[in-house]
Design a protein around this ligand. Structure first.
Ligand SMILES: NC(=O)c1ccc[n+]([C@@H]2O[C@H](COP(=O)([O-])OP(=O)(O)OC[C@H]3O[C@@H](n4cnc5c(N)ncnc54)[C@H](O)[C@@H]3O)[C@@H](O)[C@H]2O)c1
Length: 339
């Protein structure tokens, strides 16, 4: 399992790459991409891993899990991006060429505004300073949550976050623009839309609905959808395309903030329909009231014109392809972790 396609020519020999949040979903996939496609690069992961500590919504404070990294041979540091001594240690003892910043409170329903701003925004500023000192290009995770219910297709510059998570990501983007003005390094913010794929299982209930519906169906349960799910549309993007965007963002034509989606909105209902086709089932769905109305996104679709033009990004997976590529892994996780 892993990204087999190489997206850049450079072999990255003697290059050192820091991946914050590397024990999480997207960060661990990035780590394996480099290990498999650029074995001469040195990859260092920084992640706080899970400690059992929970937020007021009951979800874990951080989702990093060692099982996402089984087979990874690079260096792993367990630590908090809010720890200034640790960042100083990284500054003195390493020399990074690229920083992929994925660490965050990634839970869109988290209510702790103080922790969210501190972790997602303030620690990011410290990492930007580290990038400047090392002359390392910065690629960081922004989010489609910056758009809230802004009109679709969403474009950079027309944001309306409707939760503190989206607000924190937008604040990262504002900060980045300030740094872009006179930085010698490139800085790229990637606004991922709804990502699904291998190594997301340990995000528990915050994992994508592709995985969650997949497991409901495998358990023989009725897939549980919010009422009106045929009209709740999102731009669902397969992990492989997210990796492509990250790798191409190492040397952008221009620093900036870019949408990372497929450019097509699909309904939650169609996830279930495609999964049932792949899994050979025809279970009846159950429809439940949506408890998140007010802070929920009802229609997202990425405008990816500038991502195509300035990052040379071309999404390769529509939802049928992504789910088909993922379904064996959904079954494996079900057998090994859920049953
Ligand atoms: N998955 C998506 O659909 C999606 C969409 C938009 C944006 N994003 C963003 O992409 C990034 C990666 O998301 P993901 O889906 O892989 O989530 P994830 O929760 O699996 O990964 C985040 C990682 O950061 C670590 N972390 C959290 N707080 C930390 C801290 N203080 N210090 C060090 N490490 C810490 C966690 O342990 C976890 O391993 C996040 O910034 C997230 O906000 C994700």
């Amino acid at each position: 399992m892993g990204v087999k396609m190489r997206y850049i020519e450079d072999d990255l020999k003697n290059k050192t790459i820091l991946i914050t949040g590397g024990a999480g979903f997207i960060g661990s996939n990035l780590a394996f991409y480099f290990q498999e496609n650029h074995p001469d690069a040195k990859v260092v992961i920084l992640d706080s891993f899970r400690s059992g500590e929970t937020l007021s919504n009951g979800n874990l404070k951080s989702f990093g899990h060692f099982k996402n990294l089984i087979g990874f041979k690079g260096e792993i540091i367990s630590g908090d991006i809010n720890d200034k001594d640790l960042l100083l240690d990284l500054e003195i003892n390493y020399d990074f060429d690229y920083i992929f910043h994925e660490a965050a409170i990634s839970d869109t329903t988290a209510q702790e505004q103080d922790l969210m701003i501190k972790t997602n925004v303030n620690a990011y500023k410290d990492l930007l300073e580290l990038a400047l000192k090392h002359n390392a290009n910065m690629i960081y995770a922004s989010s489609a949550a910056t758009y809230g219910n802004a009109e679709s297709p969403q474009r950079v510059g027309r944001e309306a976050p409707n939760n503190v998570y989206g607000f924190s990501k937008l604040s990262m983007d504002h900060l980045s623009r300030e740094y872009m003005k006179d930085a010698q390094i490139s800085i790229v913010g990637l606004r991922y839309f709804n990502v699904y794929g291998a190594r997301e299982y340990f995000k528990n209930t915050t994992a994508s609905m592709v995985l969650q519906f997949g497991h409901q169906i495998l358990a023989g349960k009725k897939p549980r959808l919010f009422e009106g799910s045929d009209k709740i549309l999102r731009d669902f993007i397969y992990i492989e395309d997210v990796i492509q965007a990250n790798v191409k963002a190492m040397h952008p034509k221009k620093s900036g903030i870019y949408n990372v989606g497929t450019g097509k909105a699909r309904s939650f209902q169609s996830i279930v329909d495609i999964l049932q086709k792949e899994l050979g089932t025809s279970l009846k769905c159950e429809y439940i009231p949506n408890p998140f109305i007010g802070s929920y996104q009802f229609h997202t679709e990425a405008n990816i014109e500038t991502t195509r033009e300035l990052l040379n990004y071309t999404p390769a997976y529509d939802m049928e392809d992504g789910i088909a590529a993922y379904v064996d892994e959904i079954k494996r996780i079900y057998e090994e972790e859920v049953k």
